[in-house]
Design a protein around this ligand. Structure first.
Ligand code: COA
Length: 159
């Protein structure tokens, strides 16, 4: 059975990019690891997931290739609708960052699926510990759905 998936139209308005969305019929999103990063698609997805309809393009590809051990995304057709990556100390510690799911695809298991894919890749690369931090309202996602256990941690703002 086909499930509705999201397609997006991207237009540039006065220097910033705006996203509008509409539904088309297609297959359920598929999870892929270490795909070729697309700076526009990743910047757009992050903006949408955090409630913005405008975004500037960040150098995601460069960041991921230089600093991340692995990344995973879910694609509805060619469209990136979920993403997460793991930065690495080169040893046994990884840190999960930037978990995002397109608002129209949330609560369908995609967040859990991309985190699980990243966990598998980190484990097979030799990571023994995977860290994450999150706000308290996401405890059910990270702890119950993804299996992270609570721990004391610290955060220092540097700017
Ligand atoms: C947090 C986020 C990544 C979750 O992705 P998702 O695909 O919607 O999550 P899943 O469908 O895999 O959720 C699995 C379970 O986790 C829990 N869960 C997921 N999102 C939750 C939320 N926002 N609040 C509370 N519990 C949540 C639920 O128990 C859910 O199961 P259910 O839908 O059967 O109740 C997504 O909501 C998102 O992109 N949020 C905005 C960006 C953000 O805050 N990212 C986190 C940065 S640390």
């Amino acid at each position: 059975m086909t499930k509705p998936v999201l397609a997006k139209a991207l237009v540039k308005v006065r220097g910033s990019r705006h996203v509008s969305t509409f539904h088309v019929m297609g297959e359920a999103p598929r999870v892929r690891s270490d795909f070729e990063p697309d700076d526009v698609a990743l910047s757009r997805l992050h903006a949408l997931a955090f409630g913005s309809t405008t975004f500037t393009v960040a150098p995601w590809g460069k960041r991921l290739r230089h600093h991340s051990l692995t990344w995973a995304g879910a694609f509805a057709g060619d469209e990136l609708v979920a993403f997460v990556h793991v930065v690495w100390d080169g040893g046994v510690h990884g840190f999960l960052l930037d978990t995002v799911v397109h608002p129209s695809h949330q609560r369908q298991g995609l967040g859990r699926a991309v985190v699980a894919a990243a966990v598998r890749r980190a484990r097979s690369a030799g990571c023994e510990w995977l860290h994450v931090d999150y706000e308290s309202h996401l405890e059910a996602f990270y702890r119950d759905a993804c299996g992270f256990r609570p721990t004391a941690a610290g955060l220092l703002r540097l700017s």
